[in-house]
Ligand binder design. Structure first.
Ligand code: NDP
Length: 467
């Protein structure tokens, strides 16, 4: 049997992706660094094994694939990808295509695309975890359009579908696909953090049991907040470990693989504010400082946290989540626009929202409305699109009440409060940056513009104090 495509790396994601590809009717050749993994995979593939070609050397893998070849790499991001490219390179023809489907930093993908010589190269963000990889992930491709078109039939077939439309799209050249995946992951961090903050208000502010929190999340999942993350948060909150709620015995120390951090670093490089995502990454870092937090509690005492009766309603919590989510996505899409300008990518905003509607971790019903709003309002920040502006006008008062109660009673809500601060800044025509400009001119003669006169590089009456 000649394989339509090849895959290297039969770990969590690669194994599931290979089964998905085989299930959709494409014969696939697979290779894994540890040969026993390949053997076990082939032996466990059941009826799909008729479309799986297990191979035990890269030479065997390459020989098993129809020309021009396409080979997916599903190995850890970083040196493993470069090692595999180096090992494959001498075995490939110029039209053969390597597809890096791991979570590469998009700068690495840009570098690898530019260095591709004697083979072709695509960088491809894949979201949806193990389950998505098996039954339909969201796929964000980057590289030459013609290379994408060559493998699109396979990628569209294996991807998630939203009302029959494949969640697999070519985003642009080089690292564009991995960049969009990084922003996806940043938003994922923020969505998760905002849910955790609201859980905290219910647990510590309203003294609700985990099961009751789960019921609230389940109810929200039938409304505007319908999303995979709210759905699994309900399941997590309702789960029990013997007599105890599972949540009550999980250590409050969150891990990360760093993709959220990449998004924040890139946003800083691009001067594109994404404070909700920044707060979410910060919160994970603070969570990891468990010993310091415990010492802090011993020194200062825990914040009171319990809210007086009626201080915050569950309806206000839902409004806070809705507002926070819109603000977070507005920032994320803004970052994508900034990257498009900086890197010369024509990133398709509505198509990005569409590709996130199914298969990926941040999938939600709101993304369909976002796709529509972005298509109908090109060039406009999502928060100013009429549909979402109306939603914000209705939901920001709830967000404000929740954040205010949190501030008053010591319930930390970094992501939600950063969302509110950004909203208030973005609706302020006359900010306080006139003071910043005055300070900069005072100590550094940086100059400013005036409201009442034309011209740039103007100075204040503090000449004697200038450095
Ligand atoms: P796993 O750790 O489960 O599997 C890693 C695979 O890569 C194994 O098959 C391993 O082979 C192989 N491998 C590791 N190092 C090398 C190397 N130096 N050379 C060749 N092969 C190597 O990882 P995942 O499947 O979870 O992740 C793979 C990629 O997908 C990563 O980039 C990850 O960030 C990304 N990703 C993961 C998601 C997830 O939910 N897990 C979701 C989306 C993307 P061996 O058996 O020999 O160790």
């Amino acid at each position: 049997m000649t394989a339509r495509i090849g895959l290297i790396g039969l770990g969590t994601m690669g194994a599931m992706l290979a089964l998905n590809i085989a299930e959709k009717g494409f014969p696939i050749a697979v290779w894994n660094r540890t040969t026993q993994v390949t053997r076990d995979f082939a032996a466990g593939a059941g009826e799909l094994s008729s479309r799986i070609v297990p191979t035990e050397s890269l030479e065997e893998l390459v020989a098993a694939i129809a020309k021009p070849r396409a080979i997916i790499l599903m190995v850890p991001a970083g040196p493993a990808v470069d090692q595999q490219i180096e090992a494959l390179r001498p075995l490939l023809d110029p039209e053969d295509l390597i597809i890096d489907a791991g979570n590469a930093n998009f700068h690495d993908t840009d570098r690898r695309a530019a260095a591709a010589s004697g083979y072709r190269f695509l960088g491809m963000g894949v979201s949806g975890g193990e389950e998505g990889a098996r039954h339909g992930p969201s796929i964000m491709g980057g590289g030459a359009r013609e290379d994408w078109d060559r493998v699109a039939p396979v990628l569209e077939a294996i991807s998630a579908k939203y009302e029959g439309i494949p969640c697999a799209t070519h985003m642009g050249p080089g690292g564009a696909g991995h960049f969009v995946k990084a922003v996806h992951n940043g938003i994922e961090y923020a969505d998760m953090q905002m849910i955790a903050e609201i859980y905290g208000v219910m647990r510590d502010g309203l003294s609700m049991k985990a099961s009751a929190v789960g019921e609230v999340f389940s109810a929200w999942n039938a409304g505007p907040l319908q999303s995979y993350l709210v759905e699994i948060s309900a399941a997590v909150a309702k789960a029990v470990d013997g007599e105890k709620p599972m949540l009550d015995v999980i250590l409050d120390k969150a891990g990360q693989k760093g993709t959220g951090r990449w998004t924040v670093i890139e946003a800083q490089n691009l001067s594109s504010p994404i404070p909700v995502i920044e707060a979410a990454v910060m919160a994970r870092n603070v969570s990891a400082r468990l010993d310091e937090r415990r010492r802090g509690e011993a020194e200062f005492g825990a914040a009171p946290m319990a809210l007086p009766p009626g201080a915050v309603t569950v309806a206000q919590l839902e409004q806070a989540m809705i507002a926070g989510k819109i603000l977070c996505y507005a920032q994320g899409f803004d970052l994508i626009v900034a990257a498009g300008h900086e890197f010369g990518w024509d990133l398709p905003l509505p198509a990005i929202a569409r590709v996130w509607r199914e298969g990926c971790i941040i999938r939600s019903s709101m993304l369909n409305d976002m796709a529509t709003a972005l298509a109908e309002n090109p060039g406009r920040n999502l928060m100013l699109a009429p549909f979402f502006a109306a939603h914000l006008k209705a939901s920001v008062p709830g967000l404000r009440s929740v954040v205010a109660a949190g501030v008053a009673h010591g319930l930390a809500m970094p992501a939600l409060s950063q969302g509110l601060a950004w909203f208030d800044m973005m609706r302020t025509g006359r900010s306080t940056a006139n003071m910043i400009q005055g300070q900069r001119d005072f100590f550094g003669a940086h100059g400013f513009e005036r409201l009442d006169q034309p011209g740039t590089g103007l100075h204040g009456p503090w000449g004697g104090h200038m450095a």
